[in-house]
Write a protein that binds this ligand. Structure first.
Ligand SMILES: [Zn+2]
Length: 451
């Protein structure tokens, strides 16, 4: 997080990974743009969804798999710092005023910044990214941002801010970390992306700090002064902004990316999302990074849901929270016709979880906002079964898988989509663990179980 702001360019049509050509029908409880569909079917062909609903006619030769689970769009994470997710949880003993406070602390340099730099210097950046993407996938994520400086051409999750696997004809997505140090060339790149057709997007960290932190709040004026307060821009954090600021954001077509757990762990409070909702700001939710945020989007949804229930009156419905991890982030980056919904012509990026709501008399949205990583039965990216329950993976994945243990549950993961696999995942783990121990740290667990 202390690196300079980064800029990655995206330019892609939506292609697919190793998608099957035989039509595949997955049955279960669907979360669709029109609501929950019980006993529904998602039909997938050539890596894309061709139909989703209660009545789907299946072409001859369709392979049908009954999942008995909740089938949702894959989760879209618009705020992460992937390579930092090799670190275990960092629990500061104090609350900070804003991000510049903790970045200057010796403890941050010792525990995070110096070991991160050491691993990068050892040439392990792509292994760090691979480990982080596996973590993200175990948390139901199919699209991520905030990877390495140099793209590691590995083909696991969709890297929305640089991965060319999605093709041409869509806007450029830029991901900036430090709003105060945007250079003229970076400003020009942002303006070019935002005025292009189709329009690109700028995801920018802004006003990160305690809600009454004046210097964090000032960043908004910097952004406005540089002419970047306009459609296609989404503000990450915005914890120090006021109801009037949110009204101005909605008016300007500026979105919000909310990361409650990291905010509360670092600053003791989070964004005034009630005011943002009242102002009709389009909002997404994302984990930030696993040291002070959630391990991934599923955990962040769970955190937000518990936080929501703890408010004097709850702000969001479970359905709204699910939209904040699926359809809303797709909209914020202009990809609402490609990802984020179970809808025809979308790429087949899916998450299937155990329907725990059914056992608790709750609906499928509840199942998703209360799921734990053990409940993940399948993550499919571009029609390729990438991760999940070993039995489902045996039915759906072509090729070898490796075994992961997630909070006592056995899972299988396929690296078949990687174009340049850097060895087995066990080797990735042992290289990272060894290098981290040399720096006085250890490798973060893939999942947090009952901590
Ligand atoms: Zn961040």
């Amino acid at each position: 997080m202390s690196r300079d702001w980064i800029l990655f360019v995206l330019s892609f049509p939506f292609g697919t990974l190793s998608a099957q050509t035989t039509p595949l029908a997955l049955t279960g409880t669907l979360i669709t743009p029109d609501g929950i569909v019980q006993n529904g079917t998602v039909l997938i062909q050539n890596g894309k969804i061709t139909a989703a609903g209660a009545q789907v006619s299946l072409p001859a030769g369709t392979k049908t798999v009954e999942t008995h689970g909740v089938i949702a769009p894959g989760l879209i994470d618009l705020h992460n710092h992937l390579t930092w997710n090799v670190f275990p949880r960092w629990k500061p003993i104090t609350e900070f005023g804003n991000r510049y406070d903790w970045e200057q602390k010796p403890i941050y340099k010792l525990l995070m910044d110096a070991p991160h730099e050491a691993l990068v210097q050892q040439g392990l950046e792509c292994q760090m990214e691979r480990y982080a993407e596996v973590k993200a996938i175990t948390e139901g994520e199919t699209s991520v941002v905030g990877g390495t400086y140099t793209p590691c051409d590995q083909g696991l999750a969709r890297n929305l801010d640089y991965d060319p696997q999605l093709g041409t004809g869509l806007g450029t997505i830029l991901y900036y970390i430090f709003p105060l140090s945007i250079s003229e060339s970076e400003l020009a790149a942002a303006n070019a992306a935002l005025s292009a057709k189709p329009r690109g997007s700028l995801l920018i960290h802004l006003a990160e700090g305690a809600p009454k932190n004046a210097s964090a709040a000032e960043e908004l004026y910097t952004l406005q002064g540089r002419g970047l307060f306009k459609p296609g821009v989404s503000l990450i954090h915005a914890t120090a902004l006021t109801p009037a600021n949110f009204a101005a954001m909605a008016k300007a077509g500026v979105g919000l990316i909310w990361s409650p757990r990291s905010n509360i762990e670092l600053y003791g409070d989070t964004t005034n999302v009630a005011a943002a909702k009242t102002a009709n700001v389009v909002m997404a939710i994302a984990p930030d990074w696993s040291p002070t945020g959630s391990v991934g989007s599923l955990g962040e949804l769970n955190y937000a849901s518990v936080w929501n229930q703890s408010q004097p009156s709850s702000i969001f419905t479970d359905a709204e929270l699910v939209a904040m991890a699926t359809a809303n982030p797709a909209t914020l980056v202009g990809l609402q016709d490609q990802i984020g919904s179970l809808a025809p012509n979308h790429v087949a990026d899916l998450l299937i979880i155990r329907d725990t709501g059914k056992e608790n008399n709750k609906d499928a949205y509840w199942s998703l906002t209360h799921a734990t990583p053990e409940d993940v039965d399948l993550v499919m990216i571009g029609g390729a079964a990438t991760y999940g329950d070993p039995q489902l993976m045996r039915q759906l994945s072509n090729g070898q898988t490796e075994t992961l243990h997630i909070c006592g549950a056995e899972k299988a993961i396929s690296f078949a989509s990687e174009t340049n696999p850097p060895g087995t995942f066990a080797v990735t783990q042992s290289k990272l663990d060894h290098a981290l121990r040399q720096q006085g740290r250890r490798l973060a667990p893939l999942a947090e179980c009952g901590q």
